[in-house]
Design a binder for this molecule. Sequence first.
Ligand SMILES: *Cc1c(COP(=O)(O)O)cnc(C)c1O
Length: 451
Amino acid sequence: MSRKLSRRGFMGAALSGAAALSRHRTRAADPSGHAPMDPAILGGTPVRKEPFPSWPVADTREENALAEVIRSGEWFRVGGKQVDRFEAEYARLTGSAHCLATANGTSALLVSLQALGVGPGDEVIVPPYTFVATVNVVLLLHALPIFVDTDPETFQIDARKVEAAITERTRAIVPVHLGGSAADLDTILEVAGRHGLPVVEDACQAHLGEWRGRKLGTWGKTGCFSFQASKNLNAGEGGAILTGDASLVEACYEFHNNSRGRRQRGADFTYRTSGANLRMTEFQAALLLAQMVRLEEQAKRRDENAAYLTGLLKEIPGIRPARMYAGCTRNAYHIYMFRYDKAAFAGLTRASFLKALRAEGVPASPGYSPLNREPFLEQTFATRGYQRIYSKEQLAGWRERSSCPQNDQLCGEAVWHGQTMLLGPRTDMDQIADAIRKVQAHAARLAQAVS
Ligand SMILES: *Cc1c(COP(=O)(O)O)cnc(C)c1O
């Protein structure tokens, strides 16, 4: 039986032009009856046995940085030095005039929208292909998220469709630089400018990413970053707002610091605005300053590996890596994304493809599901507050306005590799491509066997 399977595997490999498989082919069948070249999920030898690079990366630099804060007794940003130092460093690194550190990326977005005056009754334009936080902040302000469909080639918000979503109630546009690639900022900024609308860049996945040679997060009215554990710059939790607007950064500071201004004296208990506590701690900032030393080198490694991987994957029928807009001069590669077309894999479903790939030692995930279809959205709109603020017609029209057919399709076809998979040697990329080609070579058999 193994001989017959091996032969089929051989033919499949030959058909897909998978030269890498020849290594497996020449090995003898093992006593279990499985040929080593069989798919790992059917008992064959996996393409890769070692784990991909782990995350976070840290050593005595981080340990010393934290110990220093502990010993200093200055654990609070007001009076401490670390957060101030981080803000100055991050502004310098990104070429931004101002930086405000926040507790996390969600609060960076919330503070930005609040400072720009977004509130009940307003509409905010968002993409459906993003982490839920992008939309949650709109709901926290009792505004209405309006979804604009995804560009199927780039997986970013389709900038050509933004203008049609603008009404007299629109108060802000929040493009996301998803996966660390860039949304089409030329088009978005042009449309926003013509309508007098602020752009808040959700750059939570896009540290050191660039548009036309300038850092992502510095193009909009504000740019928001996350330093949550999975992100390319990591302090467990953390966030930052970039802006070129001196009075806006003061408004942001005041809101994130329970109504207290940057220069307000401790004994002064009078206030001009409402606020919240969304501050970063000295520990987070110390960790970020240490992690930032590694950031450029890691970004370079990801970029080089991703470019090489794209070259390999483009050659595999049915695999289409996410395209970048011409203006995206640097992709931060928080996520490596491609589309999977099961027609080129003998009808093997994406779920089975992912299982088979993982069995080969290559982690992969299906990514986001359609956010605009989440039932919690309409449940939120059914609450007392939303019912009071928005008319029945407005809420009834929301569903139709927010339909995103391209995104629905993408969510059924996308495959993601996380950023840490891009941090190893180039041979890791060869193994990712080998594993995909191997699954393709055996796709017909896998489609029968794996569910
Ligand atoms: C991570 C992330 C956020 C939220 O950041 P937190 O630090 O987790 O609050 C927002 N938007 C996007 C696109 C993200 O990836």
